[in-house]
Design a protein around this ligand. Structure first.
Ligand code: ACO
Ligand code: ZN
Length: 190
C-alpha cells in the first residue's frame, strides 16, 4: 500500500442491509417462485410454534411467541408456500446492551429464532427472512447492531449468517441445555 498505514487487520466487507434485501428478492424470484414473506399475524403464532417444535430443540411456551410478536412485530416474519402454508418464521427482540462495535449501550436487534421446514430449505427463504428482519431492525427499530446465538455444530445456519455479514464475536461455553457451546455472531447495521 502506498498511502496510509498498513491496516491492522484485514478489512471485512460487510454487505449492507439494502444490498442483502435486494439480493434476497432476486434469489426468491429465481429459487422460490410462488413463495412470499410477510409480517406474522396473531393467528399465525400456533403454526410458528409448531414449526419451532419440529425444527429446533429450543422451544418456548405460547406466551413467549405472543410477547415477541406484540412487542417487536415489525421484525417478526413468516414465509408462505405456494399452497398458502406457513413454512418458516423469524422472530427478534430489540435490546439495549453494550455494543460489540461500540463501547456504550446500543440498540441491538437480537435474532431470537429462525427456522424453515425441511422440505422448503435451500430456496433462499432463510436468507429472505433474515433480510426482511434485518431491514426492519434498522428502519423500524433503529438498531445499530444485530446479534444471535447459534450452536457451534449448526453449519447451515452459520454459513447463512456469514453470508449476511455476521461474524463470530464470542463463544458461550455450554450455552445450550445439552451442554453444546454457542457462537455469538454479530454485525453492525445497516
Ligand atoms: N449446508 C451448507 N450451507 C447452507 C445450508 C446447508 N445445509 N443451508 C443453507 N446454507 C447456507 C448457504 O450458504 C445458502 O446459500 P446457497 O443456497 O445460495 O448456497 C445460505 O445459507 C442461504 O440458504 P437459504 O436457502 O436461504 O436457507 P434455508 O431456507 O435453507 O434456511 C435455516 C436456513 C433457517 C438455517 C434452515 O436450515 C433451518 O431451518 N434449520 C433448522 C433450524 C435452525 O437451525 N435454525 C437456526 C438456529 S440459530 C437461531 O435461530 C438464531
Ligand atoms: Zn438468543
Amino acid at each position: 500500500m502506498i498511502f496510509g498505514k498498513k491496516k491492522k487487520r484485514e478489512e471485512r466487507r460487510i454487505p449492507s442491509v439494502y444490498e442483502i434485501y435486494e439480493n434476497a428478492l432476486e434469489k426468491l424470484k429465481l429459487r422460490a417462485p410462488g413463495y412470499t414473506i410477510r409480517h406474522a399475524r396473531e393467528d399465525d403464532l400456533d403454526k410458528v410454534r409448531e414449526i419451532n417444535l419440529k425444527t429446533l430443540p429450543e422451544n418456548y411456551p405460547p406466551s413467549f411467541f405472543y410477547d415477541l410478536w406484540s412487542s417487536w412485530g415489525k421484525a417478526f416474519y413468516v414465509a408462505i408456500s405456494p399452497n398458502d402454508e406457513i413454512v418458516g418464521y423469524i422472530m427478534c427482540r430489540v435490546e439495549h446492551k453494550p455494543g460489540f462495535y461500540r463501547h456504550f449501550l446500543v440498540r441491538s436487534g437480537h435474532v431470537v429464532s429462525i427456522a424453515v421446514l425441511e422440505q422448503h430449505r435451500r430456496r433462499g427463504l432463510g436468507y429472505g427472512l433474515m433480510a426482511y428482519a434485518m431491514k426492519s431492525l434498522h428502519e423500524e427499530y433503529n438498531c445499530e447492531e444485530t446479534y444471535l446465538e447459534v450452536r457451534v455444530s449448526n453449519i447451515p445456519a452459520i454459513n447463512l449468517y456469514k453470508k449476511l455479514g455476521y461474524e463470530i464475536v464470542k463463544i458461550e461455553a455450554h450455552y445450550y441445555l445439552d451442554g453444546e457451546d454457542a457462537y455469538v455472531m454479530a454485525r453492525p447495521l445497516p
